[in-house]
Design a protein around this ligand. Structure first.
Ligand code: NIG
Ligand code: FE
Length: 412
């Protein structure tokens, strides 16, 4: 048991903590001032105000959070953190004027990562990924979705997914795995892209589902990558195996990705740099959660997703890091909250909700995580002393996290 006492602000105390918070409600951050919280085993057992504190059993570990915030650990619902090596040399080319798409056309980008991954053993891939997992846990992430998609052939895709499974088994992070075989077209399919789609459908999806290696399925539905028609075929095939979609949509253009995602009941559609009234109206009539990835648009110098417009239209927006070697080589959710505010004009309450409860919903873990709710997992951040929760996204680039508790155990 751990008792955290004298908490200056206990934030994210969503009563039910079940569905996402949407529209105007995103501006509301439920909190208790001068509070305590008790965890028992891996769960939140109780919390309340300091003036009504119950008898605490002897032997309880006591932490003092004077002047500090206690909040739910981040739920990062979109990453590609299992990858081999890195691509900083390409970023030089980017600085010199090449676009993300041009770099990809020259054999860089995702295909470069696929080559590196092919030449890296499963053990080494696990070791490299573990370093990233440990880094994000210390930065306050308690749950993360991780995609495959740097294999681009059956064996290498399975290799990535096995590494994700091993991370699930060996670390305190809550992890969800997404099969993203349709991330890019391997060079040998340049002239017959549909043949690669056939391979994804007829070979990869049955193997991935057969070995129960993925919770979700993803497609990069965008200009120069997978068309809405190809995406449609892949999502339909995935659904037959019980793989719910979470897709990359509208990063590079009005790609039709939102339409096909909503059609198949996607849990989330992610990126959304190109979103207009039509897409917003479709999302309003759906359960699909629009997810913004400001790290990617910032790093690549793209348009920003219209998060402000989406929230004002009543939608629930989630915020994720997109941690990957090409467009967002960081999984720092504290920084993502800052970028949400700086670049996407989201308010402090909105970025906190988007990075916790809405992120949990966008990766299907909201029954267990994403809010301070009795019975949910004790995945908690204790900040260093701060003047208030607005300070968290405001003080960008500095580490505001002092301690992290995952499954009721202090890991930092
Ligand atoms: O989410 N947009 C597609 N996929 C990744 C980038 C992958 C890469 O460049 O390695 C993304 O930004
Ligand atoms: Fe991504």
């Amino acid at each position: 048991m751990i008792l955290i006492k004298n908490i200056r602000w206990l934030t994210g105390t969503h009563q039910q903590g079940k569905g996402p918070v949407a529209g105007e409600d995103m501006k509301k951050l439920p909190l208790l001032e001068h509070a305590w919280l008790l965890s028992d085993g891996d769960r939140i057992a109780a919390f309340g105000r300091m003036d009504v504190m119950p008898e605490i059993p002897a032997g309880t570990e006591v932490l003092d959070a004077s002047g500090r915030i206690v909040m739910p650990a981040f739920c990062d619902s979109h990453t590609h953190l299992v990858y081999a090596g890195s691509r900083e040399k390409e970023y030089r080319d980017k600085v010199m004027g090449l676009s993300y798409e041009e770099i990809a056309r020259r054999g860089g980008g995702i295909l470069n990562s696929a080559r590196l991954l092919h030449n890296t053993s499963e053990e080494e891939l696990y070791e490299q990924s573990l370093v990233r997992v440990e880094e994000i846990m210390r930065q306050g992430t308690g749950a993360v979705e991780i995609k495959s998609g740097y294999g681009l052939n059956t064996e290498d895709e399975l290799k990535m997914l096995r590494v994700i499974r091993r991370l699930k088994e060996t670390t305190p992070l809550t992890i969800r795995a997404t099969f993203l075989g349709a991330h890019a077209f391997p060079a040998e399919y340049k002239k017959d892209r549909d043949a690669y789609v056939d391979l994804v459908i007829s070979e990869m999806i049955p193997r991935v589902a057969g070995e129960e290696l993925a919770d979700f399925i993803d497609v990069f539905c965008d200009r120069g990558f997978f068309t809405p028609r190809q995406t449609d075929r892949i999502l339909m095939a995935g659904l037959k195996y019980g793989l719910k979609p979470k897709i990359h949509a509208n990063e590079l253009d009005f790609s039709g990705g939102v339409q096909v995602g909503v059609k198949y009941g996607a849990l989330s559609v992610d990126h959304l740099e190109f979103v207009g009234e039509e897409e917003i109206a479709l999302l309003r009539g759906s359960e699909t959660i629009p997810t913004v990835l400001p790290g990617a648009s910032f790093f690549l110098g793209l348009n920003d997703a219209p998060a402000r417009r989406m929230i004002d239209a009543g939608l629930p927006v989630a915020l994720a890091s997109d941690f990957n070697p090409g467009s967002s080589p960081t999984g720092n959710m504290q920084l993502m909250m800052s970028l949400g505010m700086i670049r996407l004009r989201m308010l402090p309450e909105e970025v906190i909700n988007a990075a916790t409860i809405n992120g949990a919903c966008a990766m299907g873990v909201e029954e267990e995580l994403g809010s301070i709710t009795v019975g949910k997992k004790a995945n908690l951040i204790i900040t260093r002393p701060v003047p208030g929760y607005e300070f968290l996204p405001y003080a960008y680039g500095s580490d505001k996290v002092e301690r992290v508790i995952l499954n009721g155990v202090e890991i930092r």
